[in-house]
Design a protein around this ligand. Structure first.
Ligand SMILES: Nc1ncnc2c1ncn2[C@@H]1O[C@H](COP(=O)(O)OP(=O)(O)OP(=O)(O)O)[C@@H](O)[C@H]1O
Ligand SMILES: Nc1ccn([C@@H]2O[C@H](COP(=O)(O)O)[C@@H](O)[C@H]2O)c(=O)n1
Length: 233
C-alpha cells in the first residue's frame, strides 16, 4: 500500500516587491499546497486599527487592541481572501493608507505574538503542506520548515514591477518611479530595524535573486527545490 507523502512546509521571505506573493501562490497551485500570505494578516490588523480609530503610531494603544480583531485567512492559492472581525478586508488592505501604517503596527511585539501563533496553527493544519510567505517565516514562525527561500531583487526592478502594477490597477498615469522606489526602501528599512523578529534571511535559507528572472523562471526554480527536498527524503 502506498503512503501519502508527508506534508511539506515551505517558507518564502524577502523584502517588499521581490515577488513573494506571486511566486508563493503559483508554487502552491503547481504542487497542490495551501498558501498563507502573512503580510495580508499584518495589513488586516492594521486596517482594523485604522477603521476603529486606534492610533497606529502609539505602540501601547496598538498592543492593547492586538487581541481584539479575529483575523481569518483563506489558504486557497486561487483566492486567498482575508476577514477581520467577519468583515471582508481583501480589498481595503491594499490601500496606500494601510501600506503606510503597516510597518508601525507590525513592529509591536503583542501583534507579532498574536499573528505568529495563528500562522503556526494554520501551517500545522495544512493537510498536504503549505507555502507561507512573509518577512520572518524562516527565522521565527517556522524555523523547522522543509525549505526556506529568501527572494531578493534590485530596488530598480522592484520599483518598476510595482509601478506597472499600480498603473494597471486604476488606469492612472505611470507613477513616479523614484517615489515608488523610495517608499519600498523605507518600508524595508522599518521592517529590518525593528527589535522583534525583523526582516532577515535565515542562515539556512537559499537566496534567489529574481532581478533578471521572469516570474515563471522563479516559480520553476522554487518548484525544483521543493521536489529535490522531497526526493531527498
Ligand atoms: N520575476 C518577476 N519578474 C517580473 N515581475 C515580477 C516578478 N515577480 C513578481 N513580479 C511582479 O512584481 C509585482 C510584485 O510582486 P509580489 O506582489 O509578488 O511581491 P511581494 O514580494 O509579495 O511584495 P510585497 O512584499 O510588497 O507584498 C507584481 O506585480 C508581480 O506580478
Ligand atoms: N511575516 C511578516 C509579513 C509581513 N510583515 C509586515 O507586513 C507588511 C506588509 O507585508 P506585504 O508582504 O503585504 O507587503 C510588511 O511591510 C511588514 O511590516 C511582517 O512584519 N512580517
Amino acid at each position: 500500500m502506498q503512503t501519502a507523502p508527508a506534508p511539506v512546509i515551505v517558507a518564502i521571505d524577502g523584502p517588499s516587491g521581490t515577488g513573494k506573493s506571486s511566486t508563493s501562490r503559483a508554487v502552491a497551485t503547481a504542487l497542490g499546497l495551501s498558501y498563507l500570505d502573512t503580510g495580508a494578516q499584518y495589513r488586516a490588523i492594521t486596517w482594523w486599527m485604522l477603521t476603529n480609530d486606534v492610533d497606529v503610531n502609539d505602540p501601547a494603544a496598538v498592543a492593547a487592541a492586538a487581541h481584539k480583531p479575529a483575523i481569518v485567512s483563506g489558504t486557497n492559492p486561487a483566492a486567498p481572501g482575508i476577514t477581520a472581525d467577519g468583515v471582508d478586508a481583501t480589498g481595503p488592505i491594499r490601500t496606500q493608507e494601510v501600506t503606510a501604517a503597516v510597518s508601525a503596527v507590525s513592529a509591536v511585539p503583542e501583534i507579532r505574538a498574536q499573528l505568529t501563533e495563528l500562522q503556526r496553527r494554520i501551517a500545522v493544519e495544512a493537510e498536504t503542506g503549505i507555502v507561507v510567505e512573509g518577512r520572518d517565516i524562516g527565522t521565527t514562525v517556522l524555523p523547522d520548515a522543509d525549505l526556506k527561500v529568501f527572494l531578493t531583487a534590485s530596488p530598480e526592478a522592484r520599483a518598476a514591477r510595482r509601478s506597472g502594477e499600480l498603473r494597471g490597477a486604476d488606469g492612472a498615469a505611470k507613477p513616479d518611479l523614484a517615489g515608488t522606489q523610495a517608499a519600498l526602501l523605507q518600508r524595508d528599512s522599518a521592517d529590518s530595524s525593528r527589535t522583534t523578529s525583523p526582516l532577515r534571511q535565515a542562515g539556512d535559507a537559499l537566496e534567489v535573486d529574481t532581478t533578471e528572472l521572469t516570474l515563471e523562471q522563479v516559480v520553476e526554480c522554487v518548484v525544483t527545490l521543493i521536489r529535490e527536498k522531497q526526493q531527498a527524503g
